[in-house]
Design a protein around this ligand. Sequence first.
Ligand SMILES: [Zn+2]
Length: 422
Amino acid sequence: MIAEAHAPFDLVLRNSRVEGRQALADIAISAGVISHVEDHVTGEGESELDVGGSIVSPAFVQPHIHLDKVGTLPLLGRNVSGTLAEAIEILHRIKRSSTVEEVAARAGVVIRQAVMSGTTRIRTHVDVDTVGGLTPLQGVIRAAREHADLCDIQIVVFPQEGIVRDPGTAELMDAAMRSGGDVVGGMPHWETSDAAAFEHIGICMRLAERYDADVDMHVDETDDPGSTTLDLLIDATAHSGWHGRVTAGHCCAMAAWSDAYAGQVIGRAAAAGLHFVTNPATNLLLQGRLDSEPRRRGLPRIKELLAAGLTVACGQDCVQDGFYPFGAADQLQVALILCHAAQLSIPAEIDAALASIRHVAARIMGIRGYGIEPGSLADLVVLDSDDMHEALRLQSPRRYVIRRGSIVAATKVTTTINRGKD
Ligand SMILES: [Zn+2]
């Protein structure tokens, strides 16, 4: 019998190592979608790439970053008094003076860095408040449009200055959802009372219902054990029927809660279908600063969340801004930081860290067709390694980044050791 002849594929990756398969595989791609993953794909591609046994992963996913703030550190100037009040005043000054073009330029640099390191989907929070109005949103929308060939970008409408304590923000958030926002953000612990936090969450949930949007809030990003707005968000999620559509980011106070209270909240979170995003790089740096030794790490209880079957993704949060002077928008780096911060060291835990920047982050963002199977969208990263755990350990170069079947980034690193006189 004659084998069925395939029309030429757009791209075929030969000799790919794919997790879960014993033998090397060929991956054939047509019209941006993976059509075959087989030991040997017959038929040729318009482009062919022999990756020589390198591991091919679904492209990384960034579930939490602030593209409107990235790269602002050099603009901030010195905090003369060293106080939080002055730090906030400096941030406000930057936000007031930003232009759409300037925000788009800074965001664009980091989007391209993310793509070069293997990320093709980003969820960004963007400040919406009475200080900067809708300028940060318009800047990030422009950057997203300018990079639409490289990366998909979801925008979370984020009330950084609070809602109840910043009158006018609720109306601005509504306007932001009408003009390009995808997800409703929030930051209830930033309000000045539990009653105001409750009202804040209510405003956000009603907005989410009005736009049929998912919710992704900054929750209890503090070391204060009395910060318990996660509890309020769980209640609101259950009451609104938004099961599986609400994400809680940061959740640092969980580290300061008693074991008994944390256990009870985690159980309720699981019942309400809440998702979690931890941002270990920023929170390791920021939280626990006022502790004497031993210091808290400021992370949510990662192992307890995983043991309860909850979805835990991992984000970059900040890149070179007033909160965090580092950050390369590289999710493989962030996953390695997560392993250290949450003490993930046995193979199943390392798998969870790798899932937190891949399948789990994709699930939280509602991405369909994520993976390496026939029918998946062809967003892939080819690593200079033959094993994902080794790629994590060695932070292996990303040889190729593929989005919808197009090679959008390539990296070649050559290092030599020279010994002796020759
Ligand atoms: Zn954040």
